[in-house]
Ligand binder design. Structure first.
Ligand code: BGC
Length: 865
């Protein structure tokens, strides 16, 4: 993995030699203070480093200086720049890194290209706002040159997939002249249908970490695996919103809050594209349920669309995403891939999206969709294997008869080819080495192993994404228990292996992935049963198990006298083309599968230390047992990928002190959620799905309607405790800002102007306020707290009571206090003005809270005017 490369460079094993020194021809800092802070952090991170540190600390480095630095130091700075960590690296430094160091250690050339973009951000510090405009401009000019001698038919070919099953990948753009074509492949958590790849934790588990660096690292690993297999465009991340708790594909995404989803999408895309693959933000937009997904109209008002559902796509554009996939459903009675308002106006005009829009598979409904902004049709044919296409010959004919302009087709082809240049895929890109339609074909499957040591990221995210919901009488962490029993089928390995069900469309044992196109093949799957036995061997514990979910009487007998009984339950869902146990993609209810509720109650009736582990795709109603006095602990472990069992064991035994937080609300009753699955419909019906709850999804509704949830959004316990203090907020000066007049207008309450890129303008997204506070670890174990920042708008704004607008993760040692800061942009404080069609600061006082969940506020303040 990436770290190993870094280590190799630092150890001089990269062929360049340990003794090599680097001459900085351009300075890496313009201001001494900033630089010394960087170096200090780097030093703390990687251990003491000799004289040049002292030198930089003392003097800083001025632009134009020339110094000689130890390569270790520089590499250390690069590591921090890439992977983490609250560093404030500035433009010249990153330019330096990109041009001198990155080629030696970066996983792909695209790194250089990404960091060279104007505002230069390559850290998961959200205060650094990247600007990909120069990179897009360069890619466009290459694309235009490339296409200069293409005929109309050749350009149309670039926009039209070859048809279902006619290539090695789930989607294929044919080769043309010196363009080798494109391989488009699922999924958001693995290279689907390929062997020797990593099965990562799902999006929902990743979002539960609330940890930007981990989200970024997963994206990078995913991106490099896709590239390693020859995939040009990886079909993810998926970022629908979890509007309804039963939504079949919610687990592919990042939870039920637009800000959390947006940040997770942003980090994932930066990571993936840094790995060299083009990312695809999907599904645009409102594909919030599987039932009748190609025949339902999401009827959504403009403000809700902007503030909730479109926001993660805005963040995707800001992350420089190369492509977007339009969804199956209709929006306000127009199909998503034919929706001029959504594609041309919001995505391309308002967000200034420079990449291309592809259809979901068979979601193109007309040739004229090209005019609505669709750039590529997938997989190419109108229906699978139909042999015809809305694009292809039809598109050519529409241009020839004047219905569609030549300029539009030029733009479509340019956007697609630009995406390819933008990621530098024109040189040395690996050939496709797998066959999505015949995984066993030796002629096409070259079995390229791209896994590296990504299993470590899988395990860490699995643990960091596990949420501790209850922990009484010191039940956890386990401390060398004398004996333990694991109860429930979810603890053990699938009867016929980890890939027993096609596209994971089934559930008979440990659940580590949902089902559908958002899956991959497990290379192996560590279950709790294996991981916990491994621990038992070290601890000298005795382990027993009972995988029978239905014989509760027997379970009751077996748990008697055990130091702890750990009950494993699950709940699964997926995509509509597979039905599992009556669940047509969406879950038919919010109840644990496989008799889970009864099993827990039976076990708890006979063992007073019953610990519950939940592997679920989303919220469950846990009222039947959550308050049972013998249920001492609950670990909400989500779905963790190939290392899921190890991650659970890490949390149970305290090797990982839990820091995960719920990315959705767990209600007391299904009826408490603001929106429900719409069922019914048949034949050619178009189901109306009215988003009448508007902005009030998930916790926003519970807060507004004063409904007490079982566990609120953002909730999660630790094995230690934290105390918050000393909140402060300051405005970040903008007096010399080049966009001062726009800023002034915004401060006066004017909406942002209607213009290309108006919603992604840098001045709107740059940090405008800095909230600082202290977090102290008041317990006895080192742990990570996830401080969350919620905005409370004035009544005039008609917003929900609290909206998440910031979070971070802070590791604190026992007794220590960390100084934490979270910034807010003008965009974060704005609401969408449907009349003015712009972002506007509402009139009245805006306040904020910092706390440990959406309801556990520790500190409060007011945004300065
Ligand atoms: C899914 C997409 C997926 C595509 C290709 C569709 O059914 O909705 O998410 O990328 O298939 O497999």
């Amino acid at each position: 993995m990436f770290y190993d490369r870094i280590k190799a460079v630092m150890a001089g094993k990269d062929g360049l030699g340990k003794a090599a020194v680097v001459t900085l021809h351009s300075a890496f800092c313009t201001r001494g203070t900033q630089c010394s802070r960087t170096v200090e952090l780097c030093n703390a991170h990687h251990g003491h480093r000799s004289s040049e540190l002292a030198f930089v600390k003392a003097k800083g480095v001025e632009h134009g200086d020339e110094h000689i630095f130890d390569r270790d130091l520089v590499v250390c700075l690069v590591v921090d720049a890439i992977l983490c960590i609250d560093l404030n690296l500035n433009a010249p430094f990153i330019t330096f890194v990109a041009s001198y160091i990155a080629p030696a250690i970066a996983p792909s050339a695209s790194f250089t290209h990404l960091v060279l973009s104007k505002h230069n951000s390559f850290s998961s510090d959200p205060t650094l706002i990247p600007d990909f405009a120069p990179a897009w401009a360069a890619a466009y000019s290459k694309a235009k040159q490339h296409l200069a001698d293409y005929t109309l038919e050749e350009k149309v070919n670039i926009t039209t997939g070859v048809g279902w099953g006619n290539g090695l990948c789930v989607g294929n753009i044919p080769a043309n002249k010196n363009f080798p074509g494109l391989c488009l492949e699922d999924s958001p958590l693995a290279v689907r249908f390929a062997d020797f790849v990593t099965a990562f934790p799902a999006g929902i588990t990743t979002a539960s970490t609330w940890n930007r660096a981990l989200i970024r690292a997963r994206g990078l690993a995913l991106g490099s695996e896709h590239k390693g297999k020859g995939v040009n465009v990886a079909l993810g991340p998926m970022m629908n919103m979890g509007r309804i708790a039963q939504g079949g594909r919610n687990w592919e995404g990042f939870g039920a809050d637009p800000f959390l989803t947006g940040e997770a999408a942003y980090e994932t895309i930066l990571g993936m594209q840094n790995g060299g693959v083009q990312a695809c933000a999907k599904h645009f937009i409102n594909n919030e349920q599987e039932h009748m997904r190609t025949q339902d109209s999401a009827n959504v008002d403009d403000r809700t669309q902007h503030e909730i559902y479109a926001h993660p796509f805005l963040r995707s554009v800001m992350a420089g995403v190369s492509s977007v996939m339009c969804s199956y459903n209709l929006i306000n009675d127009t199909y998503a891939c034919n929706n001029d308002k959504m594609i041309n106006d919001i995505l391309k005009r308002e967000y200034g999206f420079q990449g291309y829009v592809m259809s979901d598979w068979q979601a193109t409904m007309a040739t004229l969709s090209a005019v609505a902004g669709l750039d590529m049709t997938m997989p190419g044919d109108i229906t699978f294997d139909s042999g015809d296409s809305y694009f292809g010959g039809n598109l050519t004919a529409f241009v020839q008869n004047g219905t569609i302009s030549q300029a539009r087709v030029d733009d479509m082809a340019t956007r697609i080819i630009a995406g390819w240049y933008y990621l530098h895929q024109e040189s040395d890109y690996p050939e496709v080495s797998f066959n999505a339609f015949n995984t066993l074909d030796e002629a096409t499957n070259k079995h390229v192993n791209v896994q590296s040591d990504h299993y470590k990221i899988v395990r860490e995210i699995g643990a960091a994404g596990s949420v501790l919901l209850k922990n009484e009488r010191g039940a956890l962490p386990l401390n060398k228990p004398r004996n333990l029993i694991l109860v429930g089928s979810d603890a053990g390995p699938g009867i016929s292996g980890p890939n027993e069900f096609s596209d994971q469309g089934g559930s008979d044992r440990f659940l580590a992935m949902g089902w559908g196109s958002g899956t991959g093949l497990f290379p192996y799957l560590i279950t709790p049963y294996e991981a916990i036995q491994e621990r038992a061997r070290q601890d000298g514990s005795s382990i027993f198990w009972d995988f029978d979910d239905w014989n509760t009487a027997n379970a009751q007998t077996l748990v008697t006298g055990q130091s702890a009984a750990i009950v494993f339950i699950n709940s699964d869902s997926g995509e509509d083309y597979i039905t599992v146990d009556g669940n047509e993609g969406d879950r038919k209810n919010l109840t644990a599968w496989h008799n889970g509720d009864n099993l827990i109650q039976a076990v708890a009736s006979n063992n007073n230390n019953t610990i519950v582990v939940v592997n679920s795709v989303g919220p469950l109603i846990i009222e039947p047992w959550i308050e049972h006095p013998n249920v001492t602990a609950v670990v909400w472990a989500s779905i963790g990928g190939q290392e899921g069992g190890n991650a659970i064991a890490d949390v149970l035994y305290g090797a990982y002190n839990p820091s995960g937080r719920l990315p959705y609300t767990i209600a007391k009753s299904p009826a408490d959620y603001p929106a429900q699955l719409i069922t019914g419909g048949s034949g050619s019906d178009i189901l109306a799905i009215n988003y009448t709850e508007g902005l009030f999804i998930d916790y926003r509704h519970f807060d507004a309607a004063n409904i007490e949830p079982r566990f609120e959004f953002g909730f999660g316990l630790s094995y230690t405790t934290f105390e918050y203090s000393q909140v402060d907020i300051s405005a970040i000066s903008s007096s010399d800002h080049p966009q001062q007049s726009l800023i002034q207008a915004w401060e006066n309450g004017d909406a942002t102007p209607i213009a290309e890129g108006s919603s992604t303008a840098l001045w709107l997204h740059e940090p405008a306020f800095k909230v600082t506070f202290h977090v102290k670890n008041t317990g006895s174990l080192s742990g990570t707290e996830i401080p969350q920042l919620y905005i409370h708008h004035p009544a005039s704004a008609a917003e929900p009571p609290s909206v998440l607008k910031g979070f971070t993760n802070v590791k604190v040692s026992p007794g220590q206090t960390e100084h934490v800061s979270i910034t807010l942009s003008r965009y974060d404080l704005s609401i969408w003005d449907v009349v003015a069609q712009g972002w506007r600061k509402p009139s009245g006082e805006i306040t904020f809270s910092v706390g440990a969940s959406s309801r556990d506020f520790k500190l409060n303040g007011t945004i300065p005017t």
